[in-house]
Every structure is written in C-alpha cells, then in structure tokens.
Design a protein around this ligand. Structure first.
Ligand code: AMP
Ligand code: DBH
Length: 576
C-alpha cells in the first residue's frame, strides 16, 4: 500500500498554539480549526448541487419550533415520563445556552457529553449547537481512561454526565478527571449533582447569541471506532451532517408523521443520524427514547407510542426477531427496522420481515461519513444480501487492491470513499490522516467490500486492526497498549474470534516475560478493567502462548492467531 503525504493544498492544519485555535476574524474561510476541510471547489460543488443547504442545527430547531410549536418532539419515558414539544425543546435549548454562555462556554469550546437516552441529551446538544460550542460525543459505557483522554485531548471546558447510570456513579469519575485536566472547569450533572453543578440549575433567561456558528462551521466531534492506540475524533460540520440527515430521511421515508425509537445509545452516529433522532427532528417527527434496547422495554414503547421506525445492531435484531414471536405487544405500527453497525448475516436478515412484520433496511455507515442503505422498494434479494448503496449521487466509491489500483466491479477489495458528508481528516491528527486518507482526499475505510453490478456494496471483511463486537468497535492497539502495561506481560496481540451472538468477540494472546510468575486469564481481564476502560473493551478470552506465529517479514501473524482460536473454538463445540 502506498502511503501518500497529507493533503496540503487545503486549509492548513493548525497546531496547538492558543493563537492558532482562536476563531478567524473574517469569515472568508469556515471556522474549522484543527482539521482539514473540503477544498473550495468541492464545497462549491456540494452547495451548488443543493446538498449543503446553509442551515445550522440551532436555526433548524428554531424553525421547527416556529412552524409547529405544539407538536411533540421528544418522549422520555423515564420516571413519570416527559413529552417535550418542539416549542419546549427550543426554549429549553435557549435557556441552557444562555446559562452555558454565562459560565464562559464560548463558540469553538469543546464539551464532553456523556448522557444516556434522556431528554436532557437533546437540550444539552442543541444549547451547545446554538452557541457554536462543540459536543464531544462520549458513550455511556466509557470509563476513566476514555473520558480522561477526550477531556485532555480536546481541552474540554465542561463535561456533562448523569448522576448514576446502570449502577455506575459518573460523579466520582468526573471528580477524578476534573482534578487531572486543568482546562475542565465545570461538570454538569443530570440528576443529583453531588459535589458538581446540577444541569437543571444552569438555565437562565434566554439571551441573543451574538456570533453563532455558520453552516460550514464545525458542529461537534464524533468518535471513531478506530484501529489505533487512542480513539480518533471526527469533525462534522452543520452543512455536511444535515445533508446526511435529510438524505437519510428521503431514503428511509421519514416525515413529520414518523415516530423514531432511539434504542441504541443516543450519542452513537447510527441512532443519531441514520436517520436517527436528529433526522427525525429535522423532519419535524417524534423521537421516543428507550432507556434500554431490550424487547421488554422497547416493545411496550412501540405499542404505546405507535413507533414507525427504529435502528438496531445485528445481535439486538436477532433478539427482537425471536421475542416478536411470543410478544403480546402490538408492533404493527413499525414500518421499518434498520440494521447495521456490523454485518447482518443473510440468514438473520431473512427472518426479520416475517417475524416482526416490517421492512428490513440494511445500513452500512461510519461516523466518518459515508452511509449506505438498501432502499425500501429494492428487490427482496437485494435487501437481504447487500449492505445497500450510498445516500448521495456524489458519494464517490473506489474498490482497490493493496496498491490502490482500482478493481473491476464484482472484485473484493479495500473501500475508499469521498463525498459531501465524508470528512477529509480527523481532528488534530496530521500523522494519522496521512495514512487514513489518500492524497486526493479519499477516506480509507478499512472495510473490505465488493460492489455489485447495480452499485450495491457487500461487506466481505475488514483490513483495519479492529474487532467489531456486534457493532461495538474495539481497536486492537488500544487494548494491547493497556495489557502491555502489566508487569508480567512481554507481548500481546488482540484478535477477533467468531461468536454466534455478537459475530465477533475479542481474544488476547499473551506472551509472559521470562521468569514471570504465571497469571490467570481473569487477572488480565481485571487489570484491563481496573485501568478504567469501557467494559466492552475487556478481552472476552485470554490465551497464553510461548511465542507468536510470524509473517514472512517477521511481524505477528494475526491471521494465524485468528485461525488458531477459531479452530480451538470449533474443536471445543464439536462433539467427538
Ligand atoms: P466507525 O468508523 O467507528 O463509525 O465504524 C464504522 C464501521 O462499522 C464501518 O467502517 C464498518 O467496519 C462497520 N459497519 C457499520 N455498518 C456495517 C454493516 N452494515 N456491515 C458491516 N460492517 C458495518
Ligand atoms: O457503525 C457505524 O458507525 C454506523 C452504522 C450505521 C454508522 O455510523 C451509521 C449507520 O451512521
């Protein structure tokens, strides 16, 4: 593979001097510090084609609130249940924005948002959007290691959390991180604030925001599942993300009559934008928040709220398919079930329609941009055997070999893409960008795909060093770095192993130091957990070996390790 130098003819990447990060005085250039953006000729083209509509999230919500103030926007069933109209959500966002401003949160500032599926998630992010401050979307599962990194790396000024979620007290973690990260001034808590500030106490009388964001400004930083030692941050603009929303709405038939159930964690790119909660709000539709994605929680909500569309990762889609057979809930309102985040097997895909009585829509997307959908009126075989085709006529797709040569249609190769809502670089990561993007701006997805004659993509595998645990991505190198810190460990390699439920799980192959006391697999798992990593990143299995198999040039052969663990699992489950 040829590694090309980073794009240099675009907005230069600026680096960590405080001066270079202040917003430009003039507005000739979009205020997107610290990330490469689209070259002017592309931006013009995307605007001229009507993809970039010149809207911002803040203005979008205001417009909806003016047009239909009394329509319900958000249903949060937690506690006694809340139903916020568009008018109320708009007003709450205004009041919270005023409160954030009063506390010194300014345009361009980063704020780490780690909230479960609660109405305050939307109040918070729209308040930040109004100011032009950037939410950094952490997942509820993230723990100290990830959160400290997000706060440090983005120089976050604030961090928004629930008090306790899933039995975990986020306030303690926040106190620790705040003590370690000097930029972090405020911790805002939904619920009992403890030593921090209650989010409910921040709101103030609305004020006019003097210098709000422009449509081509950055709106937020999304997370990449990644394949490197630390998670990468994805800079998305109002213009480009809003295109992915209305483009998705058209394809998924989301309009003002739709009811979208948010069953996956709200901050994840899939339920946020494909078409997700933000797509639904763009359409003036209703968003229903499920605190859990399990059928016992979600099915009664579908019945009660007459949900029309939702999105799930493959393992959950299987659970729903099975549970639908025996449920007493009325699921007849559900028109569309989107399934994506990891490969959905054809066999499972065929079961969805008959079991749940809705149309399956496969979605193959990435927080970096490109999203593919099967179309609602596609032939059934296309729906169950492909991962769809891109949203936009201007999504450029290349399938290439290891040397970046284009392959003929039907051949399996690396997927590269460029387009009106696919980033041109990660945030503050010039060295990594040189590897992850071609010189002419194509994103190297790391996915191995095949293109059908009809222009549909079939995901065949992955070249990036990542494990996809049923839609939750684990970057091998990140976990390897943590395990290497164990005093008894000489070397480690993380690989995927096949799993009936999740598709893949993680296996850590460990070589102990010469003369080290033997340790047990649980000790390795405990070590990783105690380093403050999200639970889904703790290896599912640990195998000790004396040495790793090597490739021809002496690198660890992960291919051989994957084959070894797959074989071992087969031998265990096949009765002799
Ligand atoms: P991320 O870059 O973290 O947003 O993760 C996106 C990645 O998830 C893609 O590059 C794929 O590897 C994987 N993915 C998402 N949807 C699908 C799908 N429907 N089938 C297979 N892989 C998928
Ligand atoms: O896995 C993903 O990141 C994903 C899947 C489906 C995504 O970002 C999306 C749709 O937008």
């Amino acid at each position: 593979m040829t590694l090309e130098p980073p794009v240099t003819h675009e907005t230069p990447e600026t680096h960590a001097t405080p001066e270079s990060r202040t917003m430009p005085e003039t507005h000739d250039q979009p205020a997107i510090p610290d990330a490469p953006t689209w070259p002017a000729e592309y931006a013009e083209r995307y605007r001229a084609a009507g993809y970039w509509r010149g809207e911002t999230f803040g203005a979008m919500l205001r417009e909806r609130a003016l047009n239909h103030p009394d329509r319900v926007a958000i249903v949060d069933p937690a506690g006694a249940g809340r139903r916020w109209t568009y008018g109320q959500l708009d007003e709450r966002a205004d009041r919270l924005a005023a409160g954030f401003l009063a506390r010194g949160i300014a345009k361009g500032d980063r704020v780490v948002v780690q909230l479960p599926n609660v109405a305050e998630f939307f109040e918070t992010v729209f308040a930040l959007f109004r100011i032009g401050a950037l939410p950094v979307f952490a997942l509820p599962a993230h723990r100290e290691s990830e959160i400290r990194y997000f706060c440090e790396f983005t120089e976050a000024v604030a961090y928004v959390i629930p008090d306790v979620n899933g039995g975990f007290d986020h306030r303690e973690l926040a106190a620790k991180v705040r003590a370690e990260v000097p930029t972090l001034r405020d911790v805002f808590v939904v619920g009992d604030p403890g030593e921090h500030t209650a989010l409910a106490d921040v709101a103030r009388e609305p004020v006019a925001v003097e210098d709000g964001p422009r449509p081509d400004d950055l709106a937020f930083l999304q997370l990449s599942g990644g394949s490197t030692g630390v998670p990468k941050l994805i800079p998305r603009t109002h213009d480009d993300y809003i295109y992915s929303l209305w483009g998705s709405n058209e394809i998924c038939a989301v309009d003002e009559h739709s009811v979208y159930l948010c069953a996956l964690p709200a901050a994840h790119n899939f339920p946020l934008s494909s078409p997700g909660t933000l797509g639904a709000l763009y359409a003036g539709a209703r968003v229903v928040l499920a605190p859990q994605p399990s059928p016992d929680v979600a099915f009664p909500l579908i019945e009660r709220e007459r949900v029309t569309i939702t999105g799930l990762v493959p393992p959950l889609a299987l659970v729903w398919t099975e549970a639908a057979a025996t449920t007493s809930c009325d699921l007849s309102s559900l028109d569309v079930l989107l399934v994506g985040g990891a490969k959905f097997s054809e066999e499972a895909a065929r079961r969805v329609g008959p079991a749940i009585g809705c149309t399956l829509q496969q979605v193959f997307g990435m927080a970096e941009g490109l999203v593919n959908y099967t179309r609602l009126d596609d032939p059934y075989e296309t729906i169950v055997t492909t991962q769809g085709r891109p949203i936009s006529p201007d999504d450029e797709i290349r399938v290439v070999d290891d040397e970046d040569n284009d392959l003929p249609v039907g051949a399996t190769g690396h997927l590269l893409t460029r387009g009106p809502y696919t980033i041109r670089g990660y945030w503050r990561a010039p060295a990594h960008n040189a590897k992850s993007f071609t010189r002419d701006g194509f994103y190297r997805t790391g996915d191995v795909v095949r293109l059908t004659e009809d222009g549909y993509l079939v995901v065949e595998g992955r070249a990036k060093d990542q494990i996809n645990r049923g839609g939750e991505k684990v970057a091998a190198e990140e976990i390897e770095n943590h395990i290497l810190a164990h005093p008894a460990v000489h070397d480690v390699a993380i690989v995927s192993m096949p799993d009936d439920y999740l598709g893949e799980r993680t296996c850590a192959y460990v070589v102990l130091r010469d003369g080290a006391e033997p340790i047990r697999p649980v000790a390795v798992k405990k070590f990783v957990r105690e380093r403050g990593l999200a639970a889904y990143k703790v290896p599912d299995r640990v195998e000790f070996v004396d040495a790793f198999p090597q490739t021809g040039i002496g690198k660890i052969s992960k291919k051989d390790l994957r084959a070894a663990i797959a074989e071992q699992l087969r031998a265990q489950t096949t009765p002799r």
